[in-house]
Design a protein. Structure first.
Ligand SMILES: [Ca+2]
Ligand SMILES: [Ca+2]
Ligand SMILES: [Ca+2]
Length: 289
């Protein structure tokens, strides 16, 4: 029902301003990794399965990873999908028949453009590694004014275990790396930011950060670099914030890479696989109850 409403809305927008047609949900995949990205809701990249195991909430109602922004004149943060989608292209860069790369561009005409490129690299069936890299570029389209721009990344992995996961954000002076591990210590996700120092970050239990990004006022993330970066344990989420003033005709671009790995420990491996399936379901049910 929700998706149907979005589709109708998308068609109306396309008819009105003749932007390129865009599907609502895009699938990019490689090997045993499949990611789904909704280009028209804050769910964003709501699903990432590695060898059949869902790492994100996996529902169209909640983001796994997505972007929010705030700029001059706004009274609250908004997700980037609230901007007009002006380009959406998925491509198969290695010719194996499956799209592995997605480019989305959102444009506020005369003001700024948000360019997002997602690329996924998987592994063979039975292995448990995966990688999604992203390139992000914010361009100032104004011919007269600099652009005061705040970009937010929000991430909610649910790796498993009844006690949830442990998130550590690290890096000095800027917190450019996030690490999330299930409490058995075997399933680990690491995100590294390259070329765009993070200004603020936070690791909070669901849904403290999501509320900040979706409520009707202005918020910044809790920890300002170089303060001690945050750690949290439980059904945790993490977020990063970039604050930039972009000159007329200029842009701000950076990349980041997320890698998930199962650290093999023969005695606990079966338990981890079981835990991911069973407890992932438990967390999702609890949230939608
Ligand atoms: Ca491919
Ligand atoms: Ca979580
Ligand atoms: Ca807010």
């Amino acid at each position: 029902m929700k998706k149907y409403r979005h589709s109708v809305l998308a068609l109306l927008v396309i008819a009105a301003v003749a932007v390129p047609a865009g599907a609502v949900s895009w699938t990019i995949q490689d090997g045993n990794n499949i990611a789904i990205i909704d280009d028209s809701s804050m769910a964003g990249n709501y699903s990432w399965t590695v060898n059949g195991n869902e790492l994100y909430p996996g529902t169209t109602d909640l983001p796994g990873q997505w972007f929010w922004y705030r700029t001059t004149g706004m009274t609250q943060e908004k997700s980037v999908d609230t901007l007009p989608l002006t380009l959406s292209v998925a491509s198969d860069t290695d010719g194996d028949g499956f799209n592995d790369t997605l480019v989305l561009t959102y444009t506020q005409a005369g003001a700024f453009e948000v360019f997002l490129k997602f690329s996924i690299v998987g592994s063979n069936v039975g292995a448990f590694t995966g990688d999604i890299s992203e390139q992000i570029r914010i361009t100032n389209l104004s011919t007269t004014d600099s652009l005061d721009f705040h970009l937010f990344e929000y991430v909610d992995f649910d790796l498993g275990g009844f006690l949830g996961d442990r998130i550590t954000i690290s890096g000095t002076p800027n917190p450019n790396e996030a690490n999330q591990a299930d409490l058995m210590g075997s399933l680990v996700v690491t995100e590294t930011v390259i070329g765009g120092n993070v200004n603020r970050s936070e690791a909070e239990l669901f849904n403290t950060t999501l509320n900040k990004l979706t409520d009707g006022n202005i918020d910044d993330l809790a920890y300002l670099a170089p303060a001690l970066p945050p750690v949290n344990v439980g059904d945790a989420t993490w977020a990063m914030q970039w604050d930039r003033v972009i000159a007329v005709g200029g842009d701000f671009s950076f990349s980041k890479d997320k890698r998930v790995e199962l650290i093999p420990e023969p005695l606990t491996m079966l338990a981890v696989f079981g835990g991911v399936a069973a407890v992932g379901g438990y967390i999702r049910k609890r949230r939608t109850a």
